[in-house]
Design a protein around this ligand. Sequence first.
Ligand code: AFP
Length: 335
Amino acid sequence: MSEPITLRRFLTRHAEPGGLDPNLIFLIEDIASACRVIGNRLRNAAFEGNHGLAGDTNVQGEDQKKLDVIADEVFARICESSPRLAALVSEEREDAVWLKEPEGGDYLLFYDPLDGSSNIDVNLSVGSIFSICTVGADGDRDVLKAGRAQMCSGYAIYGPTMMLVLTVGSGVYGFSCEYGTGDFRLTHPRMTIPAETSEFAINASRYRLWDAPVRQYVDECLAGATGPRGRDFNMRWTASMVAEVHRILTRGGVFLYPADDGNRTAGGKLRLLYEASPMALLVEQAGGAATDGQTRILDIAPTGHHQRVPVILGSADEVTRLTDYHTTGATPAHS
Ligand code: AFP
């Protein structure tokens, strides 16, 4: 059996159409290096005294874990020397960090260095999410890009196997980190999300806070084979968006973090630029769909670096059904 190709070989020979800009390849390789380092720091966290809180809060008022801070520093340190990277926007930093005077065609990197970090101390899967856009014109310091402008997005998942999953705008590809060499090798070509699913993911403890369309949807799933959906549904919740999206890219499903009475004033729970948008691009590239309930996530015009949005993503049929419930409020026919 021939060896699966490396990330570099994929990016230089297998990306289409017409090949990728070498500076984009350098940046993606830097991101992969950062994720490899973060994976190692996670693995050794107990020995290095890096479990627990950092004792500070981030710009969004959330308690930072020591590893949130470490992962953010690793991302910035490794990526900032990438030749045409103009700016970084991180979950852990209030403002964009400009690395050079922006020129048209330079890159902007958005990242959540450690998503699902409340799972670290209980040793469950966490991840890093990233998104790359370009600077429009020389001197343009606008980093509020709609998701459809992304050139590339992806995540690293630190699970039983460390993986890097990405799209450069044409399909979704998963690379597993080989133990020993540390190489990311293509093990999951053309990941696709089936349109149909019988699995959903939502934090059900928020049931009392949900709007009617979400309650209706979940009630119907829970009613199972004798309810309006006519079949049984399974439920999963890992509290780590990377792990949820990875499961959906692997076997289908739908993930919801909707607007509810507890998060509506903030706009939702998940952040648009470095959580919802990159995941929405991956999900669409894999044949799924992503919406805030009314609007395609990739069409939302951002208004702030740390803007939050409601998120519903995954298997297209379920996302369409949920969008219908939100837009028409109609009680659907059996299916
Ligand atoms: P943390 O990074 O603070 O653990 O948040 C993770 C997250 O943003 C996302 O990855 C999960 O889907 C969601 O929050 C979990 O939210 P709940 O705490 O409501 O389960």
